[in-house]
Design a protein around this ligand. Structure first.
Ligand SMILES: *Cc1c(COP(=O)(O)O)cnc(C)c1O
Length: 413
């Protein structure tokens, strides 16, 4: 795009050339709403409610327990996992849809630590998504002095990885700043010291052209309710590279990961392959909603999807810089260095976000002073971006946010 001022006509021209323009129709978004928070909770696919209604009334209500076999409920974690695998550069047998991202982190971090009992550190970065650090800290407590979390800022991370490192845990796209790690480069750095590499793809899966196997990644986890549009609290996913599947063990040795769950044996014997990372009975309603979201990405060229998301963010950024000079960019300027959301700092970030939400422009606030806007390419248009910045400019210029009503903090921000 040229460096001249962008106009509404530019937005309309970009929308006409958008290969995903019709995809918005697959979502139950109200016409006036501009939804820039799909990176936190993806929008509702129109297919989800009828699919759940059918599952509840015909399968659960009608076919009852037979449905585990006749409707392949039992296969859902592997089936949905295989569909997610296609979006992240993994083989179908390397991904499982199960549990939450936090629980999957625990299973894989612990599994990796057990693979290298003589190595005593797990390396991550300060300011990583809290659950990633908390789960490692919990394992630290569980194992006593045997294992230690070592955090090092981005610039020093390479030096923090050494012969004592069992695993490096990084979030591919940072939840706040949106910075993106070079996946292949960091994985090679971990491998050079004999450590394994785990990627948290919560802000990448369904948004960016991720290629775990090309990067040589060992392990990965990610969210089902963000860009995969699986619904609030949707099951998450986990990835274990095929070369590790024989040796790695899950610390949550539940019956669903057993080689023969319905033999009801006393002794745990893990099934071979990714299935050993199942723990308890899979949540079939949640998996069905997740599958409806993931199906909307079937066959999508992720590189084209990523390019649209980055173009939306770039359009937003250029408009903000022209219309809202008081907002300071807190994300990398170049698209190749970030994911599909942008953060800006403002001392009144919380009330500004509330005033925007009241005007149907939905972004979110992240402590302590960040406004965050996500550009989910399946349902955000360039016109949406244009209108969002118009509204943002008005809210800031008129100080419409400066109202006690907008300053009351809710439990979830
Ligand atoms: C959203 C997010 C999570 C969420 O974990 P849950 O267990 O689903 O609550 C984890 N990690 C990152 C990086 C996230 O952005």
């Amino acid at each position: 795009m040229a460096a001249t001022a962008l106009t509404l006509a530019d937005a309309e021209r970009l929308d006409r050339a958008d290969p995903f323009l019709a995809c918005r129709e697959a979502f139950a978004l109200e016409p006036g709403v501009i939804y820039l928070d799909g990176n936190s909770l993806g929008a509702l696919p129109k297919a989800t409610a009828p699919r759940l209604a059918q599952l509840i009334s015909r399968e659960w209500g009608g076919d009852l327990i037979k449905s585990w076999n006749t409707h392949d409920w039992i296969g859902a974690p592997r089936r949905v996992g295989a569909k997610i695998a296609a979006l992240i550069g993994a083989q179908p047998t390397e991904v499982l849809a199960a549990d939450s991202t936090s629980v999957n982190l625990f299973k894989l971090v612990t599994g990796a630590a057990m693979l290298a009992p003589s190595r005593r550190t797990i390396v991550s970065e300060p300011g990583n998504f809290p659950t990633d650090l908390y789960v490692i800290q919990g394992l630290e407590t569980l194992l006593g002095a045997r294992l230690r979390l070592k955090v090092a800022p981005r610039e020093a991370l390479g030096h923090a990885i050494d012969e004592d490192t069992a695993l490096v845990v990084l979030t591919h796209v940072h939840y706040a700043a949106g910075r993106r790690w070079p996946m292949g480069e960091m994985t090679a750095l971990a491998h050079a010291k004999g450590a394994l590499m785990l990627w948290d793809l919560s802000h990448s899966a369904g948004a960016l052209a991720v290629d775990l196997n090309a990067a040589g990644a060992d392990l990965a986890v990610g969210c089902g309710y963000k860009y995969l549009n699986g619904g609030p609290g949707a099951p998450a996913f986990l990835f274990v590279a095929e070369r590790h599947q024989g040796a790695i063990r899950s610390p949550l040795s539940g019956w669903m990961g057993h080689v023969a769950p319905f033999a009801f044996e006393d002794d745990y014997r893990p099934v071979s392959g990714i299935g050993r990372f199942l723990c308890g009975t899979p949540p079939i309603l949640g998996l069905a909603a997740l599958e409806a979201g993931v199906d909307l990405l079937a066959g999508v060229d992720m590189a084209v999807l990523e390019a649209k998301g980055l173009a939306l963010a770039d359009f937003f950024l250029r408009r903000v810089e022209a219309a809202c000079p008081e907002l300071i960019l807190a994300s990398p300027r170049e698209g190749e260095d970030r994911g599909l959301h942008l953060c800006f700092t403002h001392p009144d970030a919380y009330p500004v976000v509330q005033a925007l939400i009241e005007r149907q422009v939905i972004g979110d606030f992240r402590a302590p002073d960040l406004l965050r806007f996500g550009f989910s390419p399946l349902y955000v248009s360039f016109r949406d971006v244009w209108r969002a910045v118009e509204t943002l400019g008005q809210v800031l210029e008129t100080r419409a946010f400066d109202n006690p009503r907008h300053r009351r903090m809710a439990a979830v921000t």
